[in-house]
Design a protein around this ligand. Structure first.
Ligand code: SF4
Ligand code: SF4
Ligand code: FES
Length: 306
């Protein structure tokens, strides 16, 4: 039998708190009701701390530390909203907002307002890259712009299948999709980060279209994407035609009918059509992840074949 974890005492925003050994600063903050913003963290994925929006100030530490992955230690004194933290978050939001379309990212607008972030101060976003241009970038040969535009990842959507689209103009490179496709859920490894620096991007092997890649269309990458860069085709089509209307949508839970595992599905329905299927990240069976049938195999509900 494993011994009970040690209890640690630390101070967060002036309040002493006790946590079990192994608790992250983010978990300790959440237990105290202290809001710490996150983009690349998710409760059903291993923290990779790449976005740095969650940084907090730790007394005695040279740099700000990512709350999502830093474990609590006895005697830590932590500030979650110090001037330094606020300035750092403001800059992260400005760099992201100037280079990536964050319009659908949860909480981005509210955070930008809270931290007085003005991405537009870097100038208008650079025009969309031509199809294949970003994929052709050579590591170490990125040329700085002339200052008239903010460098951006603007590009055309990739639509190469009927199930989901990849709109990498909205990709903040949080790595969540790579983790969900890899060891955190699907273990398929169909996608990875290719390129370096500003030219880094999510790619299939040799940039093949998804149907020709190792992808098994489980949609687990879509389920964890925080920016809408990966989106159900049904949702994307509705948004493009201006028909996406959350006031006309219903959300209901059900159990997947395909096999006996018992995966919980959360269905978002508009005008009697299922437009998005997810599963709760804290569900004991799925941990938020599904297979192709549960995620996309629902056309029979709308009169198609199972
Ligand atoms: S749909 Fe599944 S297999 Fe395909 S890229 Fe996404 S996570 Fe990987
Ligand atoms: S596609 Fe989505 S989940 Fe993947 S890295 Fe980009 S923003 Fe993150
Ligand atoms: S949420 Fe912590 S680094 Fe992204």
């Amino acid at each position: 039998m494993n011994p009970a974890p040690r209890t640690l005492e630390l101070t967060i925003d002036g309040r002493k708190t006790e946590v079990a050994e192994g608790t992250t600063l983010l978990q300790a903050c959440q237990a105290q009701g202290i809001a710490v913003p996150t983009f690349c963290w998710a409760e059903n994925l291993t923290p990779l701390n790449v976005c740095r929006i969650c940084v907090v100030e730790l007394e005695g530490a040279r740099t700000l530390v990512p709350a999502c992955s830093r474990k609590c230690e006895s005697g830590m004194i932590v500030q979650t909203e110090s001037e330094r933290v606020q300035l750092s978050r403001k800059l992260v939001l400005e760099l992201l907002g100037s280079s990536v379309d964050m319009s659908l990212a949860t909480e981005f607008a509210a955070l930008a307002e809270k931290y007085d972030a003005h991405p537009e101060r870097f100038g208008p976003r650079s025009p969309r890259a031509r199809p294949g241009e970003r994929e052709a970038a050579t590591a170490g040969h990125h040329h700085a712009g002339d200052g008239s535009h903010a460098e951006s990842v603007a590009q055309e959507k990739k639509v190469d299948n009927d199930l989901f689209v990849r709109d990498y103009e909205k990709c903040m490179l949080c790595y969540k999709c790579v983790e969900a496709c890899g060891i955190d859920a699907q273990n398929t490894f169909a996608i990875a980060v290719a390129g370096r620096g500003f030219d880094a991007r999510i790619a299939t092997e040799l940039e093949t279209p998804l149907p020709d890649s190792a992808c098994v269309f489980c949609g687990n990458c879509v389920g964890v994407c925080p920016t809408g860069a990966l989106m159900f085709k049904a949702e994307s089509d509705l948004r493009e035609s201006g028909q996406w209307d959350e006031s006309r949508q219903k959300v209901s839970d059900t159990i997947c009918p395909y096999c006996g595992v018992g995966c919980q599905l959360t269905l978002r329905v508009q005008d009697n059509k299922i437009v998005r299927v997810t599963s709760p990240a804290d569900h004991s069976v799925t941990s938020g992840h599904l297979c192709i049938k549960g995620r996309f195999g629902w056309s029979f509900v709308e009169g198609g074949k199972k």
